[in-house]
Ligand binder design. Structure first.
Ligand code: KIV
Ligand code: ZN
Length: 513
């Protein structure tokens, strides 16, 4: 590989999916993996196969589907994890196993209860076993940024000898600051004799808001792989945001002298897709992909822009795929236009699905004059939402007013018996009345942990998006729905979450940081 090339290792589907509130089913993960392949990231970490059958299936399905991108599965330095990762990755054209083991004194003493020599032995055994399945093996000394540098150098040398083709230096708890972190990378490059046989990678968490600066400082010091996620998703405060890393390296190539292979005009569409499917909205002023990233409000700035764009813009919006929202489709548009637009947005679907999509699109176009990309993304998300439901909303009716007790009547089809059950309930407001009524019918009492509503597009006929999180008997589930009627979106999102509770397909705790 050329010396200035930085490998982009995307971990949206693994560390990103560990974001509190994010949860993706296999179909959604595969959809995102296709978008990441179009974006031309180099490696996709698709999951942690040992942790659940869902994670195994996702890594396996992504491995079957992708053509050019390396697909990676995570494993602790434990035999059963490595075997599960190898099995899940079996169909991949370019498989990578990523083995990790903590090395810092804090983790050695309090978590692992192991001496330094044992850590080295386990790391080497893990890499050796992974190497018996695949050629491409990555090793991560977890909590590397808090590990004694001389011991870290010893671990790195040992795993490189065992065949690790990439050694990742994680700032697991987001403790690092740029200059000392860069110093650590330089120390390894200068003090590990066999370092030339491997690629040094970094994986920075954002607890102090420094994930991107730390990663970039490491690149300046010689790291040649960055692990990052779309929209900066990830455990706790998240990981380094891929879009920020890529655009900084591109915009300030003069300083970093390094480049990636990312197709930058796919950044905004990919960000929108990930946001729609995880239900985690991107703040308006988020760098690169936020709605305001290229909006100029101040008169002086607008005047400057009209005279010469570069007075106030350091990047071209088109370079990141942030074209002014185009009005794409309406009720007279045909199948061909729909397919072309969806494909342009990065969605992939089987030809048989087009009929169903077209019916949904027509229903939407009947309600709304203008159908925007965001509307289409929301429609696709509905299609990809989790599998067979136990409860199906048939209808709801609400009476509410400033002098009325809000009362809801809801009819729900019980999928197992086909029976439609109807009930009524009151509440503090119309949404509360609907949710009380659904609980009576389904018998599932759930507490609302989070409820958010936002307009997906502009105008009075905009679609409203409701994202919510509920908990019932210790099981949490997300629900999301979109409709031009916000009470319908609220109802559908709740029914979806209740279905996930019923199916037990919730997001449980995460196994790593
Ligand atoms: O943050 C971390 O240390 C991780 C490792 C598994 C790389 O996510
Ligand atoms: Zn991490």
């Amino acid at each position: 590989m050329e010396a200035d090339r930085v490998v982009i290792f995307d971990t949206t589907l693994r560390d990103g999916e560990q974001s509190p509130g994010a949860s993706l089913n296999t179909a959604e993960k595969v959809e995102i993996a296709h978008a990441l392949e179009l974006l031309k990231v180099d490696v996709i970490e698709a999951g942690f196969p040992i942790t659940s059958p869902d994670d195994f299936e996702a890594v396996n399905q992504v491995s079957k589907d992708l053509r050019d991108t390396t697909v990676c599965g995570l494993a602790r330095a434990v035999e059963k994890d490595i075997v599960a990762a190898a099995e899940a990755l079996e169909p991949a054209r370019k498989p990578r196993i990523h083995v990790f083991l903590a090395t810092s004194a804090i983790h050695r003493e309090h978590k692992l209860h192991k001496a330094k020599s044992e850590i080295i032995r386990l790391a080497v055994e893990g890499v050796t076993l992974a190497k018996s399945f695949v050629e491409d093996v990555e090793f991560s000394p977890e909590d590397a940024s808090r590990t004694e540098p001389d011991f870290l150098a010893e671990v790195v040398a040992a795993v490189v000898d065992a065949g690790a083709t990439t050694v990742n230096i994680p700032d697991t708890v987001g403790y690092a600051v740029p200059e000392p972190f860069a110093e650590l990378i330089r120390y390894l490059l200068e003090n590990v004799g066999n370092i030339g046989k491997t690629i040094i990678s970094v994986h920075c968490h954002n607890d102090l808001g420094l994930a991107v600066p730390n990663s970039l400082a490491a690149v300046k010091a010689g790291a040649r792989q960055v692990e990052c996620t779309i929209n900066g998703l990830g455990e706790r405060a998240g990981n380094a945001a891929l879009e920020e890393i890529v655009m900084t390296l591109k915009t300030r190539c003069d300083y970093f002298g390094a480049r990636t292979g990312v197709v930058t005009n796919r950044l905004v569409p990919t960000s929108r897709l990930v946001s729609a499917l995880t239900g985690l909205t991107v703040q308006r002023n988020k760098a690169i992909v936020g709605e305001n990233a290229f909006a100029h409000e101040a008169g002086i700035h607008q005047d400057g822009m009209l005279k010469e764009r570069t007075t106030y813009e350091i990047m071209n919006p088109e370079d990141v795929g942030a074209k002014a929202t185009t009005l794409v489709l309406g009720k007279h548009s045909g199948r061909h236009a729909l397919r072309a637009r969806l494909e342009e947005m990065g969605f992939t679907f089987a030809s048989e699905q087009l009929d169903d999509l077209f019916i949904r699109f027509k229903a939407l176009a009947d309600k709304k004059k203008e159908v925007y990309d965001e509307d289409l993304a929301a429609m696709m998300e509905e299609l990809l939402a989790a599998a067979p439901d136990l409860f199906e909303l048939v209808s709801f009716q609400i009476s509410s007013g400033n002098e009325l007790v809000p009362t809801a009547t809801v009819r729900i089809r019980m999928q197992e018996s086909g029976e439609v059950q109807c009930d009524a309930a009151t509440g503090d407001g119309p949404v509360d009345a609907i949710y009380n009524c659904i609980s009576r019918i389904t018998g599932i009492e759930a507490t609302l942990l989070e409820y958010r509503i936002r307009a997906v597009t502009v105008g009075r006929d905009a679609q409203g998006e409701v994202t919510l999180r509920v908990v019932s008997d210790g099981v949490t589930a997300n629900g999301r729905a979109v409709s031009t009627d916000i009470l319908e979106a609220s109802t559908l999102a709740y029914v979806r979450a209740i279905n996930r509770i019923a199916a037990g397909s919730h997001k449980g705790g995460s196994a790593t940081s």
